[in-house]
Design a protein around this ligand. Structure first.
Ligand SMILES: Nc1ncnc2c1ncn2[C@@H]1O[C@H](COP(=O)(O)OP(=O)(O)O)[C@@H](O)[C@H]1O
Ligand SMILES: [Mg+2]
Length: 592
């Protein structure tokens, strides 16, 4: 997370601040930051880079990305961010939509026209702001599904290349472990196009979340073979770093024995360290801890426990309001939360004040009325503390609250509404869940996000089985046809190979490498796309080197073989994040 804006009431050493904050300086990470800075230099000189930043939850991926982004700005880069929604319910291509939207908004019409070039109609399909600034841009000409998606991917890559030509560009895609499959496919495409672009893409993800069938797992093998790709993996801070972080967060330099104990128990995970430091400080134990009188530190066993204890210290109604907010996800919108809590805006803000002061939530910069939990694990811990039956009812209410707000234009929010009603489905709202999931699926088809559409249609089918509404058979039939349409369109080979696995994720590579990519026909059926491009269809911007790019898109069985191969083994997952695993959640087969 970004350093919080809260002021420290007491900046003098040795006294615990009355308002705890995120560490204002980056502790350690010199080597990793150095690699990123070298990447920025390379990108500025026209050697594009993709950095894949991996690590456990709370290890400092976003924080390092913020630091790199700040340095990039200092070096004259334009920086744009896209964040995936970890709780689910985001529209298709969400990380890309956010990043591209900022790029579109950041320039005037005169600059935007040449940057988008002939790709404007394609980019406009997923970024509504294009049509607002360039109302003359219509839809792309009719073409086959594969050609349309090739057109979209090529147009996005060209837009980024062109945008970076004048002022170098850094694109941060955070929490990629929560990205939809089409977003990962687009990343794979873009990675191949980075060669001579003045663009650095930084993708951060939790490697412990990736099982064998995860779209990112499948993509990593191929991304690793791209010359532009660099991997950075973060591990815990060392003992000196832990001591420094405690001081930065609380204003108190801990005794050596305290720093050693915190280091031992947290394995240097900065989120864990910070939360422990805040808890000790809030309990008034930090200054006394480790003194010769021998005070027991009693550090909680895991991140979730320490977060839970911090939240439990919040006065009512703050704790209750925060729990309700967690139903919306990592980010929440105050008017919707007002409805859920049944209190007015002023009262709500008063309640949340304590949570803001404790550093558990912060305002989203540039988004009035929106707040976000400082870390996904904070949200998850609060959410999981809600009893299952109550959670179900709260999702129903949250869905209804959002539905009322979004009613004038439901379309961009269908997936979010579907998520809430699906979570509530067992309590009786399954019909609504099926309806929204189906509509969200059709919207995803319209956005050429076939894998995401398939996932949503499957959810709709499951909800339908629960709802059993009149006309169920027709609805089921309709959904199965829509699902079949997605399987045909996602460019995968017939016969099951490479087709989406349950959950809409591409299947894991076969041992001989077949199916390692998004399909035998290559990324989004590139060969088909080229064949199907109508003669009078102007190619998207940046056609130079097109054939080369097409070859590099990995069409054909040899490319499949090239794509085969595993990833380097990861080190054992440390205790700190074993504890971050939700209780009862068994890691997937690929999680070590
Ligand atoms: N090197 C660091 N120096 C200071 N604070 C850090 C550092 N790394 C992480 N933090 C803090 O630890 C917390 C978790 O970091 P974050 O980047 O959100 O983790 P991740 O993105 O890996 O889940 C945040 O409050 C962040 O500000
Ligand atoms: Mg993060």
């Amino acid at each position: 997370m970004a350093p919080a804006q809260s002021e420290s009431a007491d900046t003098s050493e040795g006294l615990v601040r009355d308002r705890l904050r995120a560490a204002p300086v980056l502790v350690g990470r010199d080597g990793e930051l150095g690699e990123l800075l070298a990447g920025l230099d390379a990108a500025a000189c026209g050697t594009g880079r993709l950095f894949l930043l991996a690590g456990d939850p709370g290890i400092g991926k976003s924080r390092l990305a913020y630091e790199a982004a700040a340095r990039a700005r200092d070096r004259g880069f334009k920086v744009t961010w896209g964040r995936c929604w970890e709780a689910g319910g985001a529209p298709a291509y969400w990380p890309w939509v956010q990043a591209l939207r900022a790029l579109v908004r950041g320039v005037g019409r005169e600059e935007l026209v040449p940057q988008l070039g002939a790709g404007a109609p394609f980019v406009a399909q997923i970024v509504a702001e294009v049509a607002e600034i360039l109302p003359e841009v219509g839809p792309p000409p009719p073409m086959g599904a594969e050609a349309a998606r090739f057109g979209l991917f090529d147009a996005v890559a060209a837009f980024m290349r062109n945008a970076g030509a004048g002022q170098p560009l850094m694109v941060v895609l955070d929490d990629l472990h929560a990205a939809d499959a089409p977003s990962i496919l687009l990343l794979r495409f873009v990675a191949r196009e980075l060669g001579e672009a003045r663009v650095l893409v930084l993708g951060a993800y939790r490697d412990m979340e990736l099982d064998r069938g995860h779209p990112l797992t499948v993509a990593l093998g191929e991304l690793s073979r791209e010359p532009a790709t660099r991997h950075v993996r973060l591990s815990g801070l060392d003992e000196a770093g832990v001591a420094r972080l405690i001081r930065e967060v609380t204003g108190v330099m801990p005794r050596e024995s305290v720093a050693a104990a915190v280091y031992r128990d947290t394995e240097g995970n900065p989120l864990f360290v910070g939360e422990v430091a805040r808890l000790l400080a809030a309990e008034g134990r930090l200054e006394r801890a480790g003194d010769p009188a021998g005070m027991e530190l009693a550090i909680p066993a895991g991140i979730r426990e320490v977060i839970g204890r911090r939240a439990a210290r919040l006065p009512e109604p703050c704790g209750r309001v925060l729990g309700l907010a967690s139903v919306f996800g990592r980010e929440f919108w105050l008017p919707a939360l007002e409805r859920l809590c049944g209190v007015g805006a002023g009262e709500l803000l008063d309640s949340l004040e304590e949570a803001i002061a404790a550093g558990l939530v912060a305002a989203v910069p540039g988004a009035p009325g929106r707040l976000r939990f400082s870390h996904a694990l904070i949200r998850d811990t609060l959410y999981e503390a809600i009893p299952a039956g109550r959670r179900l009812r709260l999702h129903q209410q949250a869905g209804e609250a959002l539905e009322a707000f979004y009613r004038p234009d439901l379309d961009p929010h269908l997936a979010e509404l579907a998520r809430h009603f699906v979570e509530a489905a067992a309590g009786g709202g399954a019909g609504k869940a099926a309806g929204y999931a189906e509509r969200a699926g059709h919207r995803a088809v319209g956005l050429l996000a076939y894998e995401e559409a398939a996932r949503l249609f499957k959810i709709a089918l499951a909800a339908l089985s629960l709802a059993r509404p009149p006309g169920e058979d027709q609805a089921r039939c309709r959904l199965l046809v829509a699902l079949g349409g997605c399987a045909d369109r996602d460019g995968r080979a017939p016969g099951g190979q490479g087709r989406a696995a349950p959950g809409g994720r591409p299947r894991a590579p076969l041992p001989d490498g077949r199916g390692a990519g998004p399909g035998r026909a290559g990324l989004c059926g590139v060969r088909g796309a080229r064949r199907q491009r109508p003669a009078d269809n102007p190619a998207p911007a940046g056609r130079a080197g097109h054939a080369r790019r097409q070859r590099r898109c990995g069409a054909g069985p040899r490319a499949g073989a090239r794509r085969a191969g595993g990833r380097a083994p990861r080190p054992a997952r440390p205790r700190a994040t074993r504890c971050a695993q939700p209780a009862g959640d068994r890691p997937g087969p690929g999680v070590r």
